[in-house]
Ligand binder design. Sequence first.
Ligand SMILES: Nc1ncnc2c1ncn2[C@@H]1O[C@H](COP(=O)(O)OP(=O)(O)OP(=O)(O)O)[C@@H](O)[C@H]1O
Length: 326
Amino acid sequence: MSLQMSSSAVQATSRPLVELEDFSLWRQNRSVLDGLSFTLPKGQNLALVGESGAGKSTIGLALMGLLQSQGVKMAGRARFDGQDLVSLNARAWNGLRGRRLGMIFQDAGAALDPCFTIGHHLAFPLRRLLGLSSRQATERALALLESVGINDAKARLKAYPHELSGGMQQRVMIGIALACEPDLLIADEPTSALDVTIQAQIVRLIQDRVRMQGASCIFVLHDLALASQACERIVVLYAGQVMEAGLAEVVLGRSRHPYTQALKSCVIELDTAALEPPPGAAPSLDRMPSGCRFAPRCPRASERCTAEKPPLQGTEAHQIACWHPG
Ligand SMILES: Nc1ncnc2c1ncn2[C@@H]1O[C@H](COP(=O)(O)OP(=O)(O)OP(=O)(O)O)[C@@H](O)[C@H]1O
């Protein structure tokens, strides 16, 4: 009996937090995500990297259940802590969003409502989702502001968003997203609206807070150096397909896919490693190549690449979808 209990406990802890298996998504009958597979173990962070239009934000929004009302079609499996998200109804989504799933958007200034104080933004989810009293929620809001490094937090509770700098607004957003201690945080380009000097600081703050809460984070980042510092795992996306995925040090250190190699070779070494696209342009949604979507830009492409989509193969530590890996 005790043996059975301990083995099921082990199973529960080893179950991935997020698991995508052959997950596809269409908008207006156009394929945006094509057969994605990757997993995120509990307690780890994962970075989605790739050029604009690769589908990084779409993955984040789908995992938050924010696309269902837009009439998108989904197929395959997307599981959160073992629960299938593809077939989830609106009521079940409301139970997950905010409470177990949190999201930080790129532009905190646009996400915060100018009519409400910072205190209201922080206290609202605490009252509504955790059922705290007004006083308890205010006390917790104060502690949250302090935890995300806002000085003079008591006065800031009464401030309106426009009275805060961009960096402080993003710190507030981090506090709001983590208010109910979610298991998964999705940070969609959390630093792109910020001055380059504080980008690493903000990513580090998210990383620290997530670790302290025993949670996981999916980052959408354009900076490969930041991605490898903040995340154990990397998924390289191109035009809605996974090109390469696995442990950050392996995917970026020993990349074998020509697209990952092209991304790395385009990195500009300044203060930070900014992501630049390889020559050519990503395909548009209504003209997706069949086979490997990177084939038209790939120096190693063969007839097979344009005819047949390469399967994602390898181990959990390193997977590659390429007929001619380097
Ligand atoms: N509301 C929408 N309606 C139709 N197509 C959309 C919509 N939003 C995104 N798309 C398309 O879906 C594809 C994936 O977009 P997505 O924003 O997920 O990419 P991304 O990798 O996050 O890009 P970026 O780095 O620029 O944010 C793109 O081709 C985009 O044009």
